[in-house]
Design a protein around this ligand. Structure first.
Ligand code: FAD
Length: 414
């Protein structure tokens, strides 16, 4: 990247804002423009589903202090959508009628909620949660609702369920799979989570999909499960996952594969265009294949990596290979995941779930591959160190013994 080159970043989420920061921190002095279709000062998404029960209004947590873009000498076009990308002309069309030329383009377009193609999905009282606007609408609706039905027992669904429960609502969660968070957690952790929510009074219906939503006078009144059972509802939250925002890239002819496909250096099929964060499918060192992650860690670390690479360059660079990690707070259940487990992994308990505090160690081909920690933050922090080291000398007996200090062990192998 030459100092005179114009870098344009699309998206003002976690990845886009970090990209600005990383370019400047690495010493880039050239022009930067960031374009984001949300009108708000960039904010953090994680609190939106975790702090719905806390205060009388949603107070967004900014991603950076006030004045950040000015200090970073960056032109920020907020509330402006990029509607077209012409990679030959290296030019963007904007929703305000403007055009923007770039030398290098970074796509940080993130993801949006997956629509549920069922009858009644457009009734009043049916919500999704991705943006600050969504959170404000949901927060207001929650204050007036009594019976809350949540479709999908994933991260967002269960976080909102825990908040609604704390607010004293009657909460039902419908989950198609036979256990909650099945995509993210092993069955031991998943079953613990199910029991913990059930104990607090949440009605968790497993193996129950959603067939339709029924309403009166345009407002939702009932969720009909795939079993035919009817669940009265004044508020429905759909939390069935997200789809990556790839249309701009796809229309420009870039390679797409469940996300915008990039190589290990986060470059798309066009050598002047990169992609970072939720919108990106990249060759993942830890899964051994093309992977798309939805996490603050991945969005932040990819932007950090790319900022350094573009400014400093690095010929013998091994590519982006930061350890993935995730978290979720669901009432009294704090879930932290380091690494990515796979269906065939052997799961070994460290600690006793009965105590409400334990970890699940996942072994693949004999080596530690992922660690899920429930209310065990020390295990999680140690796991993040262990998983980037060579753990082949450590026995699973030693690792799974709750008396073993994992932090010390991590230091010993580094
Ligand atoms: P995004 O945050 O989606 O930002 C992309 C931005 O680009 C958006 O503002 C979008 O509107 C904009 N955009 C898209 N297309 C265009 C265009 N054509 N023109 C202009 N702008 C465009 N992760 C965790 O790790 N831990 C958590 O606890 C956690 N909790 C979460 C809770 C909630 C409620 C939500 C919604 C997400 C949560 N996540 C969590 C996920 C995390 O927030 C995302 O992984 C992260 O925000 C991804 O950042 P990103 O910049 O890649 O994408």
């Amino acid at each position: 990247l030459q100092p005179h080159e114009h870098v344009v970043i699309i998206g003002t989420g976690q990845a886009g804002v970090q990209m600005v920061d990383s370019l400047r921190q690495n010493g880039f002095t050239g022009p930067i423009t960031v374009v984001g279709d949300e009108p708000h000062t960039p904010y953090q998404r994680p609190p939106l589903s975790k702090e719905l029960a806390g205060s009388s209004s949603i107070v967004p947590l900014p991603l950076r202090p006030e004045g950040f873009f000015d200090q970073a000498e960056t032109q920020a076009l907020l509330g402006v959508e990029v509607t077209d990308l012409d990679p030959q002309a290296k030019e963007l069309k904007l929703s305000d009628g403007g055009r923007l030329s770039y030398n290098r383009l970074v796509l940080a377009t993130g993801a949006r909620n997956r629509d549920l193609p069922i009858e009644g999905a457009d009734l009043q009282g049916v919500h999704g949660l991705r943006t600050l606007d969504d959170a404000e609408n949901l927060h207001t609706a929650l204050s007036e609702a009594w019976r809350v039905v949540i479709v999908g027992a994933g991260f967002i669904g269960l976080e909102v369920a825990a908040c609604a429960n704390k607010l004293g609502k009657e909460v039902t969660v419908l989950e198609f799979a036979d256990r909650p968070m099945a995509r993210a957690l092993t069955s031991s952790a998943s079953h613990y989570v199910a029991a913990a929510h059930t104990e607090t009074g949440i009605n968790l219906k497993l193996g129950e999909g959603i067939a339709s939503l029924q309403g009166q006078h345009g407002k939702v009144t009932t969720a009909v499960g795939s079993s035919g059972e009817q669940y009265p509802a004044d508020l429905v939250l759909i939390g069935v996952g997200v789809v990556p925002n790839t249309e701009l890239a796809e229309n420009a002819g870039l390679k797409i594969s469940n996300g915008i496909a990039v190589d290990t250096q986060l470059c798309t099929s066009d050598p002047h265009i990169y992609a970072v964060g939720d919108c990106t499918t990249f060759p993942n060192h830890f899964t051994g294949g093309p992977t798309r992650l939805e996490s603050v860690q991945n969005a932040t670390d990819q932007a950090r990596y790319l900022g350094a690479l573009l400014v400093q360059g690095n010929d013998d660079d091994a590519g982006y290979r930061e350890l993935p990690w995730f978290w979720s707070n669901q009432g009294g259940v704090r879930i932290q995941i380091a690494g990515i487990s796979a269906p065939g992994d052997e799961a070994v308990l460290r600690g006793d779930p009965e105590t409400g505090k334990f970890s699940v160690l996942c072994f693949r081909d004999g080596a530690l591959a992922a660690v899920e920690s429930i209310n065990a933050p020390k295990d999680h922090m140690a796991a993040r160190k262990l998983l980037v080291g060579d753990t082949s000398s450590l026995s699973r007996e030693e690792l799974s013994d709750p008396e073993t200090d994992l932090r010390k062990l991590a230091k010993s192998i580094r």
